[in-house]
Design a protein around this ligand. Structure first.
Ligand SMILES: CC(C)(COP(=O)(O)OP(=O)(O)OC[C@H]1O[C@@H](n2cnc3c(N)ncnc32)[C@H](O)[C@@H]1OP(=O)(O)O)[C@@H](O)C(=O)NCCC(=O)NCCS
Length: 184
């Protein structure tokens, strides 16, 4: 089946795309986390860029990201806070996750022009991200809780990963990370 990958800004999503995204997320998370909300997905920060992969007319995968100025040590840097990384269960293990992620990384660099990609994830999926060029960073992270959007959470050890965009991962500054908001 023909595979197409396209990018949409959040404000430009049409009704059919919103319905397809809700279907994809609800099929994975409805029973555990409730319905997907495009403007506050499970309490996380919403995406501003959506990278959508279709198999024929069917939405099969998504990567979202939101540019944000965050603090790292004494520096202010712009990251593409990345979340909503999801491949339809029937399409997993076929390389689709990797293809949509590489497309997202291109958009981060060429269109959003952010310094780096940034994400937090479960330890078990770190190898997936590493397979598309993400690298772990080890630092104290400060953010707001996705549960109430106001409690401050300080944690160590993530896992947090970054990828190159306009800057190379080797240029990531040392120091604690302040997301200045909820994670993605
Ligand atoms: C994680 C996920 C996006 C991977 O998508 P996918 O299309 O199955 O991945 P790919 O086929 O492109 O795999 C690329 C590489 O990542 C590895 N990989 C894939 N899924 C993995 C997982 N769940 N854990 C660890 N490694 C994984 C593969 O082994 C592959 O490695 P290889 O190139 O050496 O063969 C998909 O399994 C998914 O949607 N899972 C549920 C949602 C989720 O956990 N999202 C991440 C939230 S942080």
């Amino acid at each position: 089946m023909e595979e197409t990958i396209r990018t949409k800004r959040h404000r430009d999503l049409d009704v059919a795309e919103l319905v397809a995204l809700a279907g994809l997320f609800d099929s994975e998370y409805l029973s555990e986390y409730g319905r997907w909300n495009p403007d506050a997905p499970y309490g996380y920060s919403p995406a501003d860029f959506h990278v959508l992969a279709f198999r024929g007319p069917v939405l099969a995968a998504h990567v979202g990201f939101q540019p944000r100025l965050i603090g790292v040590g004494a520096h202010d840097i712009v990251v593409a806070g990345t979340g909503g990384v999801l491949v339809d269960e029937r399409a997993r293990g076929t390389g689709l996750g990797g293809r949509v992620m590489r497309h997202a990384q291109q958009v981060m660099c060429d269109e959003a022009k952010v310094d780096f990609g940034f994400l937090g994830c479960r330890q078990e999926v770190v190898p997936f991200y590493e397979s598309t060029g993400w690298v772990p960073v080890y630092a104290t992270e400060r953010c707001l809780s996705r549960l109430d959007q106001k409690s401050v959470i300080v944690s160590e050890g993530g896992p947090n990963l970054i990828c190159s965009a306009v800057c190379d991962v080797s240029q990531w500054p040392h120091g604690g990370i302040d997301l200045r908001g909820t994670p993605w």
